[in-house]
Every structure is written in structure tokens, then in C-alpha cells.
Design a protein around this ligand. Structure first.
Ligand code: SF4
Length: 675
């Protein structure tokens, strides 16, 4: 018996170390294909259905292999789960003596130098910052890794973190007086020594784009790269191959210049005047932009966006508006030039001033690139607006060539694995985006009995899926509210927009009042991990969320018995990058709706639907409120990509099914019809 067969068998080491373990043929197939790709240093794209056990399927051959490996996950949360839970378990089961490390982006590590600078200045822009700061000082005295995720008393998104962590631009590197106890450097040193290193896609892409965040010099020394949750890679890679400059970055540059100038070269220039002028130019651009910022598209998937974000392509501006923008940018450039003159004169007085001068050159280069972008450069020029400011971006709408160059830079194995990569059994969409047409492919089927374990309901009578208040209309339908009233376990209401979340939250206020035994949780009320923990613990809660809850959430058992999805998760058609990609495909005679939008919606929908059945004993109901899924050709194409649940269009049948599955509860006294 081969080592893999022995390890994954019913009597192998995994079964002896993990209670409840059982042999899954799909897991062994996947693991063998990965082992083969590692040995041949080839590229494998694999879809592993829910329950296959893909993590161990790739970790086992990696641990048995010679050579150094990187495993990249889509999020820091998955990174922690792999490093803190899966890897130690497997290492101990296999008795492997390999050295494992985890590396995150520098924004995840406390910067002791900036912490000290902040302590000296004592200036905080928000009252809560001062309160948080004392927690951070305490944390700094205790932590060994400097990983800010360990400081749980402060929200991950708190602005204070940007004052005590570093960026590529403000890190002093070798000039730093604190370099000997720098957490970023320590994490990178440990990463350089690891046999198996856990990173995330942002780091991987930053490294490919030579953006320092990762470890530019380390990637070339790795023999195997496993990309878990690979469906997320094209989007992240596209972002990293983009150029951007934001008004927040420019304002913070102005403030840093003022602070460093006054601290180290007070007599070197009139710092308040210079920096004040730059800040004023940035504010003028923001004020002018307020007039053109578009309203977010209603009812569209909010994938990478904040609620209040919106996007506008440069070519959507008329000639006059473009001229005004160019004038605003020219004013900023001129102010930057003046700042740069004095930074250069004073650069030798302190490393911080030299660093700011280098940063000034870089920002001026990005502004110039945005202003002068050539129309044939396969880049789309666009602006993103949020309440924090404006980001100017140049984004490639095609990354296949760039990614392929990385793949062929040196012979090594690339394993792309996810539960959602194939559309109708084919990988064309994913492989075309990354230029992987020659890769081996594999689908490892889920061990779950989907027709028995799940029912998909697309009700016969449904509102127009384009209605802005679609979710409100759905929840007002008796057939759907009957199901929500009847189900005894937990419910996910997954919306395709933040607006949908708001509508559903309004509905939940009244519904919750009628169901005091149910806990209603709404995205944004608390950090995501906390909401998920509360949802799991309650067992019959209702959670309302948008994109961040469509994937990476694992709630087995009755605690998640029903998933309601408002509509097919198409990207907004006015998205500047999608528009540019679509136009480019049309020029090549390819229908962009069929080649881009349908596959991307199918992958997202697969993710959302995939929340329901998480173990062999789970049973549950999916309700999708979009008749296009059942009544259009592209909808049926998407439908074929979903797990093979039983299907119905009759809500009554779904209600009976819930009862038969033991997921319905007897009506309470107040729910009984009046006689
Ligand atoms: S080297 Fe950079 S990250 Fe490290 S302490 Fe110094 S400034 Fe901070």
C-alpha cells in the first residue's frame, strides 16, 4: 500500500488520531493527484466538493515531500486556522518534524518604532484612540510575535492600528533604531527558515508584484505552492497588479511631513505652510469629486465593497469634468514638488525625512501615471469613492500573461484548490483568467448525499429580481415567511447588497418581536467572528449578511437549517473593471456575459449555497428568490454547477420537507390560527 493510501485508510494514522475520521475516496484521489503534481512540478487545478477534506489532502503530500512549500489561503482567518489547528494536528499524527511558520502582511504586526513615536507625540485624533493606545502599550509589553490579532480588546478595523503598524512606505528598514526587535523582521526571518510556510493571497500577490509586503527574496526558493480557496485569487491578483493612490495616503503623507519636519528639521522650512498647502489641495480634490461620485448600483453584489463605496470609470466623465480633475491633480503635484524640494534639502538630517522624500517621488510617479495613462495599455483608469476619500486606480483588465510569467519563472508545482472553481464540470473560466489552460484538472466529488440531504426551492411566484427592495418583497411573501416561521434551526439570510441587508434588518425587527426565542444577528452589529460564534451557540438564530458571509463560514448541524439567498449574485454591470474587460472580450468576438458574468455569479452562488450542508448528517433547505435560476438558459447553466440538491418550485412541498427532515417546530400558541 502506498504511504498516502495507508495514511488515509480507515485504519491509518489519521483514523487513529482523529475521532470520527472515515475514509473518503475523493480525498485520497485529490491527495494522490497533488502528490503527483508535486513530484512532476506541474500545475494542478482541483475542485474539492464540500466534505472532501481538501486541507489534509494537500497537507499530507506536502509534509511527505522533499523541498520547501508555501500554502496560501484567501484570508488571515483561514491562515490562523491552518497554522493553529490543522497543521499541529497533522504534524503530530504523522510524527513529522518539519519546521512550520506563518507570515502575514506587515500591517498585522506592531511596529515598535511607530509605537514609540506615538507615545512621544501623545496626539490622538479620536478620544477612543487614547483609550485603545494604553491597551496597545500593555500588549506591546507582553507579545512575542507582535501579531495584532492577539490584542483582542481592540477591533481589527480600529484606525489606531494604522498609527502603530508600518507600511512599506513608512518603514525605516535598515535605518530603523528598533530593527533588532522588529516584529516584521522577526516574522520574515522565521518565514525564511520554514519548510512549510502559511501565507495569504495578498502576501503572495504582493510578492509577485514585488511590493515588499511579502518577502520578495523568499518566493524564488520555494518548490511547491498550494493556493487554497483559489477562486479568490484572480480578484486579489488583479488588485495587486494595479497602481493606486488615495487622498487618505496623500493627507497622511502631508501630516507625516509636518511631524517629521518639525521634529528633525524645524528650521529647515516653513513646514506648516508647505504641508498645509498640500492638505488643502487634497481637500479641494475631494470636494470637487463629491459632485461626481456615483450612487452605488442597487441590488448588486457588494463583493469587495464597503456599503458606501462607489466606482466611476474615467471615461464616464465628460471632457469638462476630466479637465477639472486634471487641474486638481496638477495642483497636488505642484504642492508635492514644493514639499519634495525641502525634503531633499533636509534628507540627511534624519532617516524619516529621507524616507518621506523617497515616498514623495513614488506618489508623484503614481499621480503622473494616472494622469497620463495611455488608452491602449490594457489598463482601466477609474476612481473609487468612499466616506474616507477617493482612490485613483489603474487596473489591468487582463492578468493571464502576467500570472503565467510568474508560473514559468522557475520549475515548481502550483496547486490551485477550492470548493468552487468549476462551472458545469469545466475549469475554462478560472484557467483563462490566470493563463492556466495547460494545467491538469480534477474534480473530487463531495461524499455528501445532496439529493437526500438538501432541498432547493425557487418559488414559482417571485418579485422582479431587479427590484431595489427585492429582499423586503421576498420576506413579505407568506410562502417564505411561513418557512422562516416553521424552521426550528438557524437561518442565514444572504443578501447581494448592503442595501438588502438594511431591508432585511428592518424586517427582522418586527419578526424578532414575534419570535422572542430567536436571536437575530445583523452584519455590522459586531465583528464577523463574534456574530458567527453567537449564531453557532444559539442554535436557532437568524443571521443577515452580505458578501462576507457567503464564504468561509462553517456551521454544521441544525444550527444552520435554512439558507435564503435573495438573487443571483451578478457583479454590477457599471463596474469599471468589468466594463473594460467586457469591452475587450467583445472585441475578440467573445460574449462577456456568458464568459465572465455568468461564471462569476455561478462561483459566488456555489459559495453561498455551500454554507448549508457541512457534514454527512446535515439536512437543510435552500431558498433562492430569483426566478431567472429556473427560467433562463444562463440560470439553468448556473443551476447545473450547484450541488445536486432535490429541487422544487412549490413552497408547500418545501414546508413538508422541513417537517419530514425534523427541521420544523410545532406552532407556538400565538402562531395558531384563530378559530
Ligand atoms: S524596521 Fe520598520 S516595521 Fe520594524 S520597527 Fe522599524 S519602522 Fe517599524
Amino acid at each position: 500500500m502506498s504511504p498516502l493510501k495507508e495514511i488515509f485508510s480507515d485504519s491509518g494514522v489519521l483514523s487513529r488520531s482523529a475521532p470520527g475520521y472515515r475514509f473518503r475516496p475523493g480525498q485520497l484521489d485529490l491527495s494522490q493527484a497533488i502528490e503527483d503534481a508535486l513530484q512532476r512540478r506541474s500545475t494542478l487545478i482541483a475542485e474539492a466538493g464540500t466534505g472532501v477534506g481538501k486541507t489534509f489532502a494537500y497537507l499530507v503530500p506536502l509534509m511527505l515531500s522533499q523541498g520547501r512549500s508555501i500554502v496560501s489561503t484567501a484570508t488571515r482567518h483561514l491562515q490562523d486556522q491552518l497554522y493553529e489547528r490543522d497543521l499541529p494536528r497533522l504534524k503530530s499524527a504523522l510524527g513529522a518534524s518539519i519546521h512550520v511558520a506563518v507570515l502575514k502582511g506587515r500591517a498585522n504586526y506592531l511596529c515598535t518604532y511607530r509605537l514609540e513615536r506615538q507615545q512621544e507625540s501623545g496626539r490622538f485624533s479620536r478620544p477612543e484612540d487614547a483609550r485603545y493606545f494604553s491597551d496597545i502599550v500593555r500588549f506591546a509589553g507582553q507579545t512575542r510575535s507582535g501579531d495584532i490579532a492577539e490584542c483582542t480588546s481592540i477591533p481589527e478595523t480600529a484606525p489606531i492600528w494604522s498609527m502603530v503598524t508600518s507600511t512599506r512606505e513608512n518603514c525605516l528598514g535598515q535605518q530603523c533604531p528598533n530593527i533588532s526587535d522588529c516584529h516584521v523582521m522577526a516574522a520574515r526571518d522565521a518565514a525564511a527558515k520554514a519548510d512549510l510556510l502559511v501565507i495569504n493571497h495578498h502576501l503572495l500577490c504582493a510578492d509577485m508584484a514585488l511590493r515588499d509586503e511579502g518577502f520578495g527574496e523568499l518566493l524564488p526558493t520555494v518548490d511547491h505552492i498550494v493556493i487554497d480557496e483559489a477562486h479568490a485569487l484572480p480578484e486579489i491578483a488583479t488588485a495587486f497588479f494595479s497602481e493606486s493612490i488615495s487622498t487618505q495616503a496623500l493627507s497622511s503623507f502631508a501630516r507625516d511631513c509636518l511631524e517629521s519636519g518639525l521634529a528633525y528639521a524645524r528650521d529647515g522650512a516653513s513646514w506648516p505652510d508647505l504641508c498645509g498647502r498640500l492638505e488643502q489641495c487634497v481637500m479641494d480634490l475631494r470636494a470637487q469629486a463629491g459632485a461626481v461620485a456615483p450612487v452605488p448600483t442597487a441590488g448588486s453584489i457588494t463583493r469587495p465593497r464597503m456599503a458606501e463605496q462607489s466606482r466611476l470609470s474615467w471615461d464616464q466623465l465628460d471632457g469638462q469634468a476630466q479637465a477639472r480633475w486634471l487641474d486638481g491633480l496638477a495642483a497636488i503635484e505642484s504642492a508635492m514638488d514644493h514639499v519634495q524640494e525641502v525634503l531633499l534639502i533636509n534628507a540627511e538630517r534624519h532617516p524619516e525625512i529621507a524616507q518621506l522624500s523617497a515616498l514623495c517621488s513614488e506618489y508623484c510617479g503614481r499621480l503622473a501615471a494616472f494622469k497620463l495613462q495611455q488608452p491602449d495599455a490594457m489598463l482601466v483608469r477609474w476612481m473609487e469613492f468612499s466616506r474616507h476619500g477617493i482612490t485613483l486606480r489603474l487596473t489591468p483588465y487582463e492578468i493571464a500573461e502576467r500570472f503565467q510569467q510568474e508560473l514559468t519563472r522557475q520549475p515548481r508545482a502550483w496547486i490551485m484548490v477550492s470548493a468552487t472553481l468549476a462551472i458545469g464540470g469545466r475549469f475554462d473560466h478560472f484557467s483563462r483568467r490566470l493563463g492556466l489552460q495547460d494545467a491538469q484538472t480534477l474534480i473530487a466529488e463531495s461524499p455528501f448525499d445532496f439529493p437526500q440531504q438538501g432541498l432547493l426551492l425557487v418559488p414559482q411566484r417571485l418579485p422582479d429580481p431587479k427590484a431595489p427592495d427585492l429582499i423586503a418583497q421576498l420576506l413579505a411573501q407568506t410562502e417564505i415567511s411561513d418557512l422562516l416561521d416553521a424552521v426550528s434551526g438557524g437561518v442565514f439570510i444572504l443578501c447581494t447588497s448592503h442595501r438588502g441587508v438594511s431591508y432585511a434588518a428592518q424586517w427582522a425587527e418586527q419578526w424578532g418581536a414575534r419570535h422572542p426565542d430567536r436571536l437575530v444577528l445583523v452584519q455590522g452589529q459586531a465583528p464577523r467572528p463574534l456574530l458567527i460564534d453567537q449564531f453557532r451557540a444559539h442554535g436557532a438564530a437568524v443571521l443577515i449578511g452580505s458578501h462576507s458571509f457567503w464564504e468561509g463560514v462553517d456551521v454544521p448541524g441544525r444550527a444552520l437549517s435554512l439558507v435564503l439567498i435573495d438573487k443571483l449574485p451578478f457583479a454590477p454591470p457599471d463596474d469599471p473593471v468589468l466594463r473594460a474587460r467586457s469591452k475587450w472580450m467583445e472585441q475578440q468576438g467573445i460574449d462577456p456575459f456568458s464568459a465572465i458574468q455568468v461564471p462569476e455569479a455561478a462561483i459566488l452562488l456555489k459559495q453561498g449555497v455551500g454554507r448549508l450542508i457541512r457534514s454527512e448528517s446535515d439536512r437543510g433547505l435552500i431558498v433562492i428568490g430569483d426566478s431567472r435560476l429556473a427560467e433562463t438558459g444562463y440560470g439553468r447553466r448556473i443551476l447545473r454547477s450547484l450541488p445536486a440538491f432535490s429541487r422544487t418550485r412549490a413552497p408547500d412541498e418545501a414546508l413538508h420537507w422541513l417537517t419530514a427532515a425534523g427541521h420544523s417546530k410545532p406552532p407556538t400558541e400565538t402562531e395558531l390560527p384563530e378559530l
